[in-house]
Design a protein around this ligand. Structure first.
Ligand code: EPZ
Length: 429
């Protein structure tokens, strides 16, 4: 398995391109199941999770093509075309779903278009139990019959889905996306109450509307969908990745660097910029993206709580914790979305961090410096937090289990190295 070697202590300088958003692309790809027309997605990132979703869709009968590269030789300009002329198989098998939970996003589109779906239950994962009960109850509200047997969700709606009011007891990004897609082809109106407001949902709704769907209120907690008989193909450009943006904002801050994040958009990371400002990190919009640098000397500890959008994202909690390890004073970081998302803490402590966890809160007391170490993590964001720590640490850090990073960060080591970091991938023989 590949490893990443980092020699810390270099400030990041220059410009760094932000890729298309993984978590926007995955539901957009699933939306291709809703039509027999061609969906052309631009700005699709080159990532392992995107490849997993492509394999899943291919085995449902979707024809997939990839075209184009960005002018800089990267993949940011990739256009993916997806055409589900016929749905040839309505089963999402265990082997693919267990690799990537977002596979469950095919449930709504398959039910809506084919009248049935058999989707493996994803099971727990490294950051928590992560049930899919809200997806299932929502589909039932739309009239689907659902049974859970043999580890699978067996869903059917032979006479089609019927619009309904669905009130989510907790905010769920995936359940909102799944129900939004299903409702586009249901008979009558659907209202999603306490819907997630993430930019990825707005992006999905924009694409669905371009496909002929009737949707109002995406980006608020109340989304209304008027079902239509059919959707058609369209072209759509994926929004920039706000989590990648936030990750590099913190990489710049932890190395006391000065970088322009090209393609990034301030409105997607408003809560992150606001949280980092009192820590001494300045984020300014430029014509091409965002300019990030430290302006007030040493970093200061800040208190942050993760929340659904527009709050501070859980997907940046681990990176913020890495940043706070060398801040002056203490920082209190509270995780409210997932119950088990502090797996990076023991690894950061092995690099010299001083962190105490009490239930859902981590108290980080800043230390003068971190020291490099061999480390590994069990999920994507925890892994990248160790990369950030390595960039600031004295000496060498070797990150194992790099496949986690490859799920969500396009060309990470190339992007960092181009800004002056000493980082390289050691390929396994
Ligand atoms: C999405 O996951 C993201 N994934 C996650 O990013 C992100 O951490 C998460 O939203 C929260 O922002 C994708 O977009 C592909 P949820 P999702 O449903 O949709 C509970 C990354 O690193 N819940 O909003 O699965 C759940 O357990 C990943 O890129 C239920 O109880 O998250 C959690 O506590 C990791 N029942 C909370 O809701 C359900 O049926 C929010 O989860 C569904 C969710």
């Amino acid at each position: 398995m590949d490893k990443i070697r980092i020699r810390g202590g270099r400030a990041l300088r220059g410009s760094l391109p932000i890729s298309g958003a993984k978590n926007a692309t995955l539901p957009l790809m699933a939306a291709s199941l809703l039509t027999d027309g061609t969906l052309a997605l631009a700005n699709v990132p080159h990532l392992a999770d995107i490849a997993t979703m492509a394999s899943l869709l291919a085995q449902h009968g979707v024809g997939i093509g990839i075209d184009g590269v960005a002018p800089n030789g990267g993949h940011a300009g990739r256009v993916m075309t997806l055409r589900a002329a016929d749905i040839t198989n309505t089963t999402a098998p265990y082997d693919l779903v267990r690799k990537m939970r977002a596979s469950v996003l095919v449930l709504g589109p398959l039910l809506a278009r084919a009248g049935r779906a058999r989707v493996s239950l994803p099971g727990g994962c490294a950051i928590g139990t992560r049930p899919v009960d809200l997806h299932i109850k929502g589909m039932e509200r739309l009239g689907a019959r659902i049974e859970l047997t043999g580890g699978y969700i067996e869903a059917s709606a032979p006479h089609g889905l019927v619009g309904a009011e669905i009130i989510f007891p907790t905010v769920s990004v995936g359940a909102t996306e799944n129900l939004l897609m299903a409702a586009t082809l249901a008979r009558g109106d659907t209202v999603l109450v306490n819907a997630a407001r993430e930019p990825e949902i707005v992006d999905l709704a924009r694409c669905l509307v371009a496909m002929g769907a009737e949707i109002e209120g995406a980006g608020t907690d109340r989304i209304r969908v008027r079902g239509v008989d059919r959707l058609h193909g369209t072209g759509h450009e994926v929004i920039p990745d706000r989590i990648e943006t936030g990750t590099y904002m913190m990489a710049v801050a932890i190395t006391d660097g000065d970088v322009e994040l090209v393609g990034a958009r301030l409105e997607l990371v408003g809560a992150v910029a606001d949280a980092l400002a009192p820590a001494g990190v300045t984020t300014e919009a430029t014509p091409r993206g965002l300019h990030v640098r430290r302006t007030n000397g040493p970093l200061a500890g800040i208190d942050v709580m993760t929340e659904p959008f527009p709050g501070f994202p859980t997907d940046l909690q681990a990176q913020l914790m890495a940043l706070m390890t060398t801040a002056r004073g203490a920082a209190m970081i509270t995780e409210t979305i997932f119950e088990n998302r502090f797996m990076h803490v023991p690894e950061l402590c092995r690099m010299g961090a001083n962190i105490n966890v009490h239930h859902a809160t981590a108290l980080v007391r800043g230390v003068p410096r971190l020291t490099g170490a061999p480390v590994m993590a069990t999920d994507l964001r925890a892994s990248v937090s160790l990369v950030l720590a390595g960039l600031a640490a004295e000496g060498e850090t070797i990150l194992n289990r790099v496949y986690h990073l490859d799920r969500g960060y396009e060309r990470l080591e190339e992007k960092l190295a181009a800004c002056g970091a000493e980082v390289e991938r050691i390929r396994s023989p």
